[in-house]
Design a protein around this ligand. Sequence first.
Ligand SMILES: Cc1cc2nc3c(=O)[nH]c(=O)nc-3n(C[C@H](O)[C@H](O)[C@H](O)COP(=O)(O)OP(=O)(O)OC[C@H]3O[C@@H](n4cnc5c(N)ncnc54)[C@H](O)[C@@H]3O)c2cc1C
Length: 413
Amino acid sequence: MGFFIGDCFCLEYFSLKFLNMKITDVIIIGAGASGLMCAIEAAKRGRSVLILDHANKAGKKILMSGGGRCNFTNYSVEAENYLSNNVHFCKSALSRFTQWDFLAMIQDKEIPYHEREHGRLFCNETSRDVLNMLLDQCHKFGVKIQLSTTIKSIQKDQEEGFIVASEIEKFHCESLIVATGGLSIPKMGATPFGYKIAEQFGIAITATKAGLVPFTWQEQDKEIFAVLSGLALPATLSYAQQSFTENLLFTHRGLSGPVALQISNYWQLGEAVSVNLLPELDLQQSLLEAQTNKVKLKLRNYLTQFLAKKLVPLLLDEKLLDLFLLDLSHKQIALITEKIQNWQVMPNGSEGYRTAEVTVGGVDCTAISSKTLEAKQIPGLYFIGEVLDVTGWLGGYNFQWAWASGWCAGQYV
Ligand SMILES: Cc1cc2nc3c(=O)[nH]c(=O)nc-3n(C[C@H](O)[C@H](O)[C@H](O)COP(=O)(O)OP(=O)(O)OC[C@H]3O[C@@H](n4cnc5c(N)ncnc54)[C@H](O)[C@@H]3O)c2cc1C
């Protein structure tokens, strides 16, 4: 840039160009989970790091995650827990920065945590513990975080690196990391900016949709099922080859609860979801056995041993429910089983990005190195976290992807 000859500082042409620019090795756009992790790792290597974010606070999604307790990772993390058009892409990063590595950070800071069902790990007290841990590390290693900054343009420098222009100043960096996340919860600052940067550099975006999101009822079902609002029960939801068994929640808008969110990642608009309301029971077998044992119960009373009273008449005809078990034909038993264990729900849609936890789809992974997270055709440009076409299941998988991809990029930027 500039150099000294004797006591005289010489401005070569190179430095004139930088005259009104802030110069740093690394700029990260997005002070979320992946951006903060990447910043810490790059700064540990002695790189000067500046994070730019348009929001007025860093890590807003970390704070709101896991109902305020941040489900920060999971005891079991496999590539199978992720969706992507390139299913192998996530393996490299996930194997180099694992759930155990993140857990070691949590333990090192003595953050109290606990395990919930399916190996999910949550803070005991508050998500803020995780955010503070990351911000403390940023501070320790000299990462600069500049909030409330609207980025106007990004240009590739003709010689090297990138020029990032905000509304009021210009920055120059060698490495530019896009960590802008997905589209969910626009109120929290989500924007498609990361996708636009990718497009600007000729990188494709795979189709995006709201993920980990509740389903909405068809108009006619809304009235029918309104009475069930608030009812929760364990269920298996299946779509295509994928099934999940967890709690299902009826809401006045549609179907929610962890199991609905899980299957929403896979579901395609205009298709039915299969709902098994008695996942622990072989209903057909159980009804046949009841007949053999001459159980003197009406179907309604039999079913309400297992299912909520108000749910049963919404699925089966009143006349059928008034029959005694002994009077049921095999055909009727098959029909009852089908209605309860393979109930075909045709959602009208999903609640969309307003309430979705993630975005399915994103920056096409085939254009990105799975080892460094650098764009294969654009040296110095990196994409990490949810902006990429890598979407995790519910259960701490999305944060684990953010930590892992951020950590890996941090070793190279
Ligand atoms: C309600 C909710 C609960 C969740 N709970 C969990 C959970 O418990 N466990 C889990 O694993 N996952 C959870 N997730 C998902 C998880 O929060 C995300 O997958 C994760 O935060 C993605 O990290 P990221 O760094 O890619 O993006 P983010 O953390 O979203 O960070 C992106 C950053 O980029 C900034 N940004 C965006 N656009 C611009 C722009 N134009 N200019 C400058 N800055 C910009 C944003 O302000 C933000 O700070 C939850 C999500 C939501 C919405």
